[in-house]
Design a binder for this molecule. Sequence first.
Ligand code: ADP
Length: 535
Amino acid sequence: MLESTMMDHQLTLQHLLDQGRTIYGESEVTTFTGEGYDRATFAEVGDNVDRLAAALARLGVKVGDRVATFCWNNQHHLEAYFAIPCMGAVLHTLNIRLFPEQLAYVINHGGARVVIVDASLAPLLARVRSELTNIETVIVKGSGDLSGLGDTLDYDELLAAERPGYEYPELDERHGAAMCYTSGTTGNPKGVMYSHRSTYLHSLAATSSATLGINEMDRLLVIVPMFHAMAWGMPYAGWWVGSDFVFPQQYLQAAPLARIIGDTRPTISGAVPTILNDILHNAPDADLSSFRYIVCGGSAVPRSLIESYDSHFGVQVLQAWGMTETSPLAAMAWVPKHTMGEPEINWRVRTGRVVPGVDLRICDDDGSVLPWDGVAQGEIEVRGPWITGSYYEDPAPEKFHDGWLRTGDVGTVTPNGYIMITDRSKDVIKSGGEWISSVELENTLMGHPKVMEAAVIGVPDERWDERPLACVVCASGQEVSAGELLEYLSEHVAKWWLPERWAFIEEVPKTSVGKFDKKVLRARHSRGDLDVVTP
Ligand code: ADP
């Protein structure tokens, strides 16, 4: 190897912490309290980060220890985002919506000795407290019902006892910084351990105009939970470049979000489609004119949602794709310079264009690499410096293929790198040996004005092995028949895709991160709990 002349400088989060608090010391963090707003500058938050690091060190937290958070999106969660990794410990963000058994599993498996919890969430943690084998210290922010948690320490008191100016250790860039577990649709959740280096590079990527393009002029309304794939990288990237933050805590319904948006005038937000759909239907008078764009992902974003935000709110919804394993940014659906004569909307409804820093390919069932021709369909595989190469103490060789991560998403890729996900491999519907895209059926159905939500699952069929069953939630105050929806669908999809089976339900069950939970629907169907009509 021919040696370069460059410094071998370690890519650690210390650099992000230092730059945010000094260069952008006047930028602001705003947390909604339900009544009003708590505000702090980056300089003040930086001081709290030092105090938290000092307090944790005093409690015996050492380099390599895990410290968990069980918090909403708020200022002290941001403080934990920096204090824990910069002092050499590993931040383990816990999904507050996991079922108790899974929550206990994840905390024990991650090995945290200390957990920081919001008082409003204390009862949820108390349910599993007796099963937590490693947790020695529970730190509570705020006041509330703490019964069942045993001895606790108060966050504010701990910080008040310390001074700014913590001496952070010099860390290797490959040291673990943070960990997140997937939501474990089958079996136990799996842990992904991000390194300082991967987080640094991912944060840099999040400021790139090929991805989120976050900059100092932005104000980020962080709706996507900080326990869900690190809030898609917004906390680190926004801090690094001095964007203001607005944190909504538990006020994630349409009405409070509309109020927060009106009051704080954010320029960027990130949320799953369910939340954007809720705002569209339940806060249609919201003033969203402050947004440059809203990034939406986590599941396929229906064309109708993108179009409604354009026409109704005048706001661009930008689709992104990724997963916990990919830090998560892996693709973004900006409109390309060369549109090839296609209307812009056709590019925006694609899942996204692979971002700089990520390699992507699609493979068939035998593992052969397929062409990027927009037609060939296969499992998406990715690799890159912010893609996980394994799971934390949980070997899963079937998830990797010759150094690539198998995403479990099935789709096509255009020659210019736009992916279109047609399904997750576990959700695909194989009818007479051919794939029917449940995602496309759902998105088309959700374009019908009388439909609020639609989830399509494959159900056993004697003749075709599997056929689609459409589960539909009507828009409020509306009624629609299967016949009417079939007629509508037949204008958009191939005839052999049209579902023969329909169920009208109150609500589509959701996973802990707000996605359609099709395994619950499949179970309901196999128990005979769905009222299926065949028009
Ligand atoms: P979980 O795997 O627990 O649902 P993740 O948030 O890591 O948690 O989920 C990643 C998955 O979400 C992807 O593999 C993909 O199936 C889905 N996903 C994310 N963004 C999109 C998108 N824009 N379109 C379709 N599916 C998406």
